[in-house]
Design a protein around this ligand. Sequence first.
Ligand SMILES: Nc1nc2c(c(=O)[nH]1)N[C@H]1C(S)=C(S)[C@@H](COP(=O)(O)OP(=O)(O)OC[C@H]3O[C@@H](n4cnc5c(N)ncnc54)[C@H](O)[C@@H]3O)O[C@H]1N2
Ligand code: MOO
Length: 378
Amino acid sequence: MAHAAGTPLGAVSRSLSDADGLTLAAPLVSTVAVPPVDRSAMDGFAVRGTGPWRVTGHVGIGCADPVTLEEGEACGIVTGAAVPADATSVMRSEDSVLLGDCLDGPSEEGKHIRRAGEECKAGEQLLPAGVTVDPAVLGLAASVGLNRLTVIPKPRVAALVTGDELVHRGPSGPGRVRDAIGPMLPGLITRAGATAAPISHLPDDGTSLINALETADAELILVSGSSASGPADHLRPALSALGADLIVDGVACRPGHPQALAQLPDGRLVLGLPGNPFAALVAFLTLGVSALLRMRGLSLPGLTLTPIPGGLQCHPHSTRLVPVRLEPYGAVPVGHGGSAMLRGPAAADALAVVDPGPAEAIAARLLPLDPGARPWAV
Ligand SMILES: Nc1nc2c(c(=O)[nH]1)N[C@H]1C(S)=C(S)[C@@H](COP(=O)(O)OP(=O)(O)OC[C@H]3O[C@@H](n4cnc5c(N)ncnc54)[C@H](O)[C@@H]3O)O[C@H]1N2
Ligand code: MOO
């Protein structure tokens, strides 16, 4: 539901230096053949016909107009240089025997020549729309001569951290709780392929929350610490006052059950992160990441099933999210997985998604703790 609630953002044109991590909104098509000419794959000699050969010249890397070779002639050549059109092969320097201008050594028709158009032809589609631009994609785009890419921009995410009890330096104590959600959010947001606005800290006050929701300039607004039904939990009343459509009103999972996802009348999404820090993390990794994937034009990846050799107790009605370490033989719980704790998730590689049931699970799907990581197979 969260994925379906996201609206893919419109395509934009970006220079290669600004496109890393974005989604291709159009196929990547080469306008040219690559390589554009036959190129030498080795440092050595381009030769024509059978040897021995007479060396008549040299082709440097920047030479745009290479020499022509007659039968029995050769020229020195470097890796990447254009091979003379009439050369039949390239011989590596270490295989060659050169006496004066007389060259001998092995040669085989077409050897060590990268043919024009070997990587792609002009007009060939190299990648479909929907691929995430990564460093290899950027290098490929440059090597086929592109300066810009048509991509889906990053969604913008604003975060409102609520709680009169929160402090931002020093330890928790009576009446004061150190904010542990605020420090998690920028890294989660950027790893999820979005842009993080500076975090706003709000008091437990309905009017402040309504004002902040009205003015937040973002496609997704996170609100932490007012998701339940206590006297200071203003999220649902604020959403109702703003005429929002409550899309997800609680999730049958532990931790994270009071999480909520709503859509404001102008289309912006609001995600309620429960105040317990591990529950907030779970809500972001599930509802938040799903909505952002859709905004980025990406589908929901399937999660890999992995064995849990020691077994994990199922909850009778709710899906459990359990911090686990990944070993070659399967997932091992790391403990400290209470909803108010981050010790477990901080030590874990992933969350095991344990379906509800009457007994123990011996396998579970894996949800990456890094929202930028692809779900993996172990
Ligand atoms: N009557 C009910 N009470 C509660 C329910 C419920 O269903 N009915 N659900 C519990 C669960 S589960 C969770 S999770 C929390 C959700 O609470 P809220 O989202 O309303 O948040 P608060 O009440 O403000 O805080 C709960 C807890 O978390 C601490 N907190 C809040 N923000 C932060 C932060 N940024 N960093 C660290 N810790 C934070 C806060 O001090 C409280 O201890 O509600 C349960 N109650
Ligand atoms: O969401 Mo609460 O998760 O169980 O502490």
